[in-house]
Ligand binder design. Sequence first.
Ligand code: GGG
Length: 359
Amino acid sequence: MSSVRTHKVAVIPGDGIGIEVTAAAIEVLKAVQDKVKGFELVFTEYNWGSALYKQTGSYTPKDWLDTLKGHDTIFFGAVGDPDVPDHISLWQLILPMRQHFQQYVNVRPSVVFKGIDPPTRCATAEGGELDWIMLRENTEGEYAGQGGRSHVGHEHEIATEVAVFTRIGIERFLRFAFETAQKRPRKLLTVVTKSNAQRYGLVLWDEVAQLVSKDYPDVKWDRILVDAMTVRMVAKPQTLDVIAATNLHADILSDLAAALSGSIGIAPSSNLDPTRKSPSLFEPVHGAAFDIMGKNLANPVAAVWSASEMLRWLGEETAADMLFNAMKASLAQGIKTADLGGTHKTTEVTKAICDLIKG
Ligand code: GGG
C-alpha cells in the first residue's frame, strides 16, 4: 500500500493577474512537492470567471459547489473584470464559496519581511517589525446578502444593505480569535467594532467578546472602534498582535495592514472552515488588477504565501515551512517586483523561489 498522502486541489485562477499568480503558486507547489516527497497534490483546474460569464451569462456551471466539495482544498486567484460590475463578479464567485462551505474565518497575516522597506516605520517596542494576524469574520455582516432596492430610478429610491450578526456566528469566530492569540508569544487580541453607532449587531459583538474572554484568561484583550483602529495601526503598531473584526471592517483594515507591511502584493489569505467539514480556500488578498495584467509585473508573493498556508492547513508542515522560507529568502535577497520597489518580473521571482527550494 502506498504511504503517499494525496490532496485533491481545486484550482480557480479566475480573472486578470489571478491567472498569472496562480500559475506561479502552482509552479512553486510542484517544486516543493518534488523536494519534500511523501505527499502528492492532484490539481484540477476550473476556468470559472469573467470570461465564462461573458460567454454564458454565468461565472460557473450548474452544480459547481458540489464539484468543489469533492476536493480537499481550493486555491483561488482573483475575480473582477472592467466590463462586469464588481458586485456581480464578487457575488457569483468568491462570496458563495465562503458562505456555502462556511469558511467563517478569513486569516490575513501581515509581516514586514527582511528586504522590504515599508512606507512608515512600524518597528515594535521589542525592536522587531510589524507582525500581525488580522482575522476577518467571513460569512456575516454586510456580506450576508440581505437588502434590496425599491422605487428604482425615482428620486426617493431606497436601497438597504442589511448587516446580519448572529450570536452563534460571532461566538464561533471570536473563539477562533482567542485561540489564535493564545498560541502567539504575546497573547494579545484586539477586537474591533463600531458599537457606538451600530447599536444592535456590534453591541452583540461586544457582549459576546466579554463572555468568550472568560474562557481565555491568559489572553490580554481589548476593544476598539474601527475609526480609532486606523490611527492605532499607523501610530502605535507595536500595541497590536492578533486583530479580530467584522467582515466589512476587516476587509478594509486588512488592506491597510498589507500596505503598512510593504504592499498588498504580498498579502495572503486563508478562508477557513475550522470544523474541517468542508474544503477551505486560499487566495491572495489582492484583486484582478487589470491595469498590470499580462505584463509579467504582478507580485506572486501573496499567492505563494497563500499556497504555503494551504500546505500547512493540509498538515504538510515541512513543505509549508520550506515554501515560506524560500519566499522570505528571495525577498531578503532583493528579488522583488515593482510594487515593492524592485525590478524583477513575476516569472523571475517565481523562478528564484523555486531555485531556493530545489537547493
Ligand atoms: N483574490 C481575492 C480577490 O479577487 N479579491 C477581490 C475582492 O474585491 N474581494 C473582496 C473580498 O475579499 O471580500
